[in-house]
Design a protein around this ligand. Structure first.
Ligand code: AMP
Ligand code: ZN
Length: 463
């Protein structure tokens, strides 16, 4: 039974898809804002998204997954006012916003590919859905949950009793005071912009029934999830930073437009810390995958590293920890390959037990540290067998670590003496002289080498 933690109920719940008949799971993920390169913290969020996908697939589900690309209207803070991140980046780099969006969308796609992250079935850009957003805002207005001011269209939070249900904090006390004087036209301090009337100097803006406007930053997710997945879908994912504002407001918008909380499960991934603190430009520790590659760390070693902690726990990045992850990944691959092609049969029951334990760990709210531990146990089995190799390959459909990748410099130098013994042993085996073959195997062992007989012939490993 697959259990997932639902932020909405603060419980691990059994996952049952809405469309049980067709076994299709509908997911929406808040995607990147493409104004800059994604950092490794962002990548933790997308590795989580991908792991969830693959665990669902491992359980036999088909997926209909939407991820947005925010290429407009996401401000430099969670507030309704301020400079648009896209416009700011374009100005700084003397490029158009379209060029900026393309550069960083392409970079993002390259990053996710190097992490073996599958592309969701639909990747949708905000700028391609302005009309859908306007219509969605209209629905909310018509249903009486929003009002127009000289600055834009605002969601009336006092109309929604459940507002704040996701974050479960007293939003009124938390956020009211400081912002009370920002906009006197707002009916309640917590009301937020759905649609904003664009000042002259604003770059990204569109004609609409409310004049020349641009979208508030939460509306794109509500409009696009509704367009592709309908009023109700299975799972909505994002980072924990989305809980108190972005997702709270998405729920409010959907309730205003359709009367429904759009998702059954709300899942959130915790933050990556760097040296136990926040990433920040001033500390020079906003690392990208490229920074890791420059130091000889593979992107997939970063993926492996994220499995060392549960997704709902903070994860602390240090250079020592990522180097250790690379070494462990190399070891896992080496062990996996040691089973490849070895003709020994393993008891079905034993294989089944390993597989159950692996799946149980996955199905316990994506317990990747536990599932990785099972993979290591299998890989470390003393008896070499292609059955183990195939099982590990199956595990890798979720782990996505290229588990049978051969290290380039892996070819160990075999001394002449050892080569001669191997040749002698081959000749003995060709003559079916297994007694001599065994004596030579022991001799190799005493010299520090283990010999494995496979379809491709003898393979040796250093002890
Ligand atoms: P953004 O492009 O800023 O909207 O962020 C993209 C995703 O990365 C969101 O789901 C964020 O919640 C997530 N995110 C941002 N910083 C971190 C971090 N340090 N650790 C984990 N996830 C993060
Ligand atoms: Zn979103």
């Amino acid at each position: 039974m697959l259990k997932l933690y639902n932020t909405l109920t603060r419980k691990k719940e059994e996952f049952v898809p809405l469309d049980k008949k067709n076994n299709i799971v509908k997911i929406y993920t808040c995607g990147p804002t493409v104004y800059n390169y994604a950092h490794i913290g962002n990548m933790r969020a997308y590795i989580f998204m991908d792991t969830l996908r693959k665990v669902l697939k491992y359980n036999g589900y088909k997926l209909n997954h939407v991820m947005n690309i925010t290429d407009v209207g996401h401000l430099t803070s969670d507030e309704d006012y301020g400079e648009d991140k896209m416009a700011k980046s374009a100005k700084e780099q003397h490029k158009s916003v379209t060029e900026i969006a393309k550069i960083y969308t392409d970079a993002f796609m390259k990053d996710i590919e190097s992490l073996n992250i599958e592309k969701p079935e639909h990747i949708v850009k905000a700028t391609d859905h302005i009309k859908d957003m306007e219509e969605y805002v209209d629905k909310i207005v018509k249903n009486g949950y929003a009002y127009e001011t000289s600055k834009g269209v605002y969601f009336d939070t006092s109309k929604l009793k459940s507002y704040g249900e996701l974050s479960r904090v007293d939003l009124k006390n938390q956020r009211a005071g400081a912002r009370i004087d920002i906009d006197e036209e707002k009916k309640n301090p917590l009301d937020f912009a759905l649609w904003i009337k664009a000042p002259k100097e604003h770059i990204m803006k569109w004609n609409s029934k409310y004049g020349v406007c641009y979208p508030g930053w939460h509306i794109e997710c509500s409009a696009m999830s509704n367009k592709y997945l309908g009023d109700k879908f299975d799972i909505h994912t994002g980072g924990v930073d989305h809980i108190p504002i972005h997702h709270e407001n998405e729920i409010a918008q959907s309730k205003g437009a359709t009367g429904k909380n759009p998702a059954n499960f709300w899942m959130h991934v915790e933050f990556l810390l760097i040296d136990n603190g926040k990433m920040s430009k001033s500390l020079g520790n906003v690392y990208k995958l490229d920074d890791l590659i420059k130091r000889g760390i593979e992107p997939l070693a970063y993926r492996f590293f994220t499995y060392t902690s549960h997704y709902r726990n903070k994860l602390n990045f240090t250079w020592d920890a990522i180097k250790a992850a690379q070494i462990s990944l190399d070891r896992l691959r080496e062990l996996t390959l040691s089973h490849k092609g070895v003709d020994t049969k393993i008891d079905k029951q034993k294989l089944g037990d390993f597989e159950n334990r692996f799946k149980n760990a996955l199905n316990d709210d994506l317990n990747m540290p536990a599932s990785l531990a099972v993979a290591f146990e299998v890989a470390k089995e003393h008896e070499k067998s292609n059955d183990y190799y195939l099982l590990l390959k199956k595990f890798d459909t979720v782990l996505s670590l290229n588990i049978d990748l051969k290290k380039q410099e892996e070819k160990i130098k075999i001394p002449e003496e050892i080569k001669n013994i191997l040749q002698e042993r081959k000749e003995a085996r060709d003559k079916k002289d297994f007694k001599t073959s065994d004596i030579l195997r022991d001799k190799l062992k005493s010299l520090g080498y283990i010999v494995i007989d496979s379809k491709e012939g003898q393979k040796i490993e250093k002890i």
